[in-house]
Design a binder for this molecule. Structure first.
Ligand SMILES: C[S@@+](CC[C@H](N)C(=O)[O-])C[C@H]1O[C@@H](n2cnc3c(N)ncnc32)[C@H](O)[C@@H]1O
Ligand SMILES: [Zn+2]
Ligand SMILES: [Zn+2]
Ligand SMILES: [Zn+2]
Ligand SMILES: [Zn+2]
Ligand SMILES: [Zn+2]
Length: 430
């Protein structure tokens, strides 16, 4: 890269830095909690706690007043979820799912939880610790959303990028995480992560492996074959990909629900559709799922499964991934989704009405048979149109997110890659 480009990039990065450091935010918080209720204000537009001297600058903004201690202890309810659209990465656990996670963590005897991209779980643990004297559970949040630095000290929150294992707070922040993982020779700690679903599995696995390596350093030699217990919350269709990187993991049938997601939400139609599951290296029989929600224990599989997940005698396993009852196909020699039928042309089971593999499919661009999109003679035209359209969309988006970026840094927003339409159709529609 040329000197000029490097300098320009540095300048852009400088302009995108958060206006206040974590330390400054912590100092502000200390002043803020000393204020009487009537003077505790939060600017919803700037997503910032306001000290009295700053009220003037935010006049005309939507400001929340009389902030109680409960507001401050539940920042995930105070802050709005970033980019709450299709590209939104910030989906917050519904209370029941969050409480379920915490209950299971406590039941399994963990005392420390490293929350990687799980602010709501972190918040619930902190709340429990502050309310119950006998509670001995601690948590540390690693998240890219710097707004949380207004509510948590450096001991409780590290500004972190889970796609490249980067601590924005440098060596000091890294050290806090190291200490947290290595305390008590690494005993009693669990890592819980709920990354943006559009994120690639490989970089996430890379970061998890770095965190595992940090934890492992605290282990005495004879414990070296032990694994850091992990809950990785992710859609079920990533199972094979996750298992590629973590062969000791298995998928738990529990359906994780979210507050701010139309489909992954508890409700008449939403509940059943959540494709989000827990992947873990903890023995599945230890993870007791709520019977009152229909989960039951399969003695053969030695794990809790959803009510619709019937044990297939031929596969000798509870085969359903999505909670519905799957059917065994004798030709494919495996269980398949109820909406699939065996297709003699494709020689496998597929969605009813699918386009058979061997059928003549025209080019996606011009529709003519005999060639594909990649070799289409008309390719250049629509691609340019696409690029222009993309630039337009990016421009619009930049204007919209500009304010938040200026306040909290360029990494505050993140995109959530669209789940491939094909996959989406299979999972959500069939
Ligand atoms: C799907 S949400 C999970 C939130 C979780 N369900 C909760 O309620 O606590 C993804 C979380 O990861 C965070 N995140 C997104 N991109 C990240 C990145 N590159 N590094 C670290 N955290 C990230 C978001 O800020 C958000 O808190
Ligand atoms: Zn404001
Ligand atoms: Zn079974
Ligand atoms: Zn079967
Ligand atoms: Zn079949
Ligand atoms: Zn077919």
């Amino acid at each position: 890269m040329s000197e000029t480009r490097l300098a320009a990039r540095k300048e852009v990065n400088r302009n995108c830095q958060p206006s206040l450091s974590h330390r400054q935010n912590v100092e502000r918080y200390k002043q803020f909690v000393l204020l009487p209720f009537s003077k505790r204000k939060f600017c919803q537009e700037c997503q910032q706690l306001l000290l009295p001297g700053e009220w003037g600058k935010h006049s005309g903004h939507r400001v929340l007043s009389d902030l109680s201690i409960t507001h401050l202890q539940r920042p995930s309810q105070l802050l709005y979820p970033l980019e709450n659209k299709k590209t939104n990465a910030q989906y917050l656990f519904a209370d029941r799912s969050c409480q379920f996670l915490l209950d299971i963590i406590i039941a399994l005897g963990f005392r420390r939880v490293l929350c990687v991209g799980t602010p709501r779980l972190h918040e619930l643990i902190q709340l429990k610790a502050s309310r119950e004297q006998e509670s001995n559970i601690k948590s540390l949040l690693l998240d890219i959303d710097f707004r949380y630095s207004q509510f948590y000290t450096e001991e409780d929150f590290c500004h972190y990028n889970m796609f490249n294992h980067y601590f924005f707070g440098g060596e000091a922040a890294h050290e806090i995480c190291r200490k947290f993982l290595q305390q008590d020779k690494g005993e009693g700690v669990i890592l819980v992560t709920d990354p943006p679903f559009g994120g690639l599995v490989e970089p996430l696995a890379f970061s998890l492996k770095k965190l595992i390596a940090t934890w492992r350093k605290a282990q005495e030699e004879e414990l070296n074959n032990k694994e850091l217990p992990i809950f990785w919350i992710f859609p079920y269709f990533f199972e094979s990909r996750i298992l590629e990187f973590f062969p000791s993991f298995s998928m738990v049938d529990y359906q994780v629900d979210y507050d701010n997601h139309a489909l992954y939400k508890h409700g008449k139609t939403g509940r059943k559709q959540s494709p989000v599951r827990i992947f873990t290296n903890i023995s599945p029989r230890m993870i007791v799922l709520p019977v009152e929600e229909g989960y039951r224990f399969c003695a053969v599989c030695q794990r809790y499964v959803s009510s619709g997940n019937e044990h297939c005698k031929i596969c000798n396993s509870c085969t359903s991934k999505d909670g519905r009852r799957w059917n065994h196909c004798f030709l494919c020699k495996k269980c398949v989704k109820p909406s699939w039928i065996h297709c003699n042309t494709c020689n496998c089971c597929a969605l009813q009405g699918h386009a058979c593999e061997s059928a003549e499919v025209g080019c996606f661009i011009c529709g003519e048979a005999g060639h594909k999109r990649s070799t289409c003679p008309n390719r250049a035209l629509p691609e340019r149109a696409c690029q222009a359209d993309r630039k337009q969309r990016l421009k619009k988006k930049k204007i919209k997110i500009g304010t938040i970026k200026r306040l909290y840094g360029r990494h505050t927003t993140f995109s959530r890659k669209k789940i491939k339409t094909k996959k989406k159709k299979n999972i959500l529609a069939c």
